[in-house]
Design a protein. Structure first.
Length: 81
């Protein structure tokens, strides 16, 4: 009979770290130029006025102001007022 217990399968599985995707600001929040507004895979949210898209589809502010969320044709749009 074995003296050691068998190692479980769970020890072999290592989960990758989360990518921290999603919205980083709320509606009406004040932001400065260069602030990241949303990290996303694909364009779940579209850029509006005062917002640009990075090469990994990150939305960031190009002007300072208040964040505004709205929907156009079922697509979320983030802009800076």
């Amino acid at each position: 009979m074995s003296k050691k217990k068998q190692a479980g399968k769970l020890k072999q599985h290592v989960r990758p770290a989360g990518k921290r995707l999603g919205l980083k600001v709320a509606h009406g929040e004040k932001v400065v130029t260069g602030s990241i507004l949303a990290r996303q895979r694909g364009t779940k949210f579209s850029p509006g006025e005062g917002v640009r898209v990075g090469r990994d589809h990150t939305l960031y502010a190009v002007v300072s102001g208040q964040v505004n969320f709205k929907k156009r044709q079922g697509k979320g749009i983030i802009s800076i007022m």
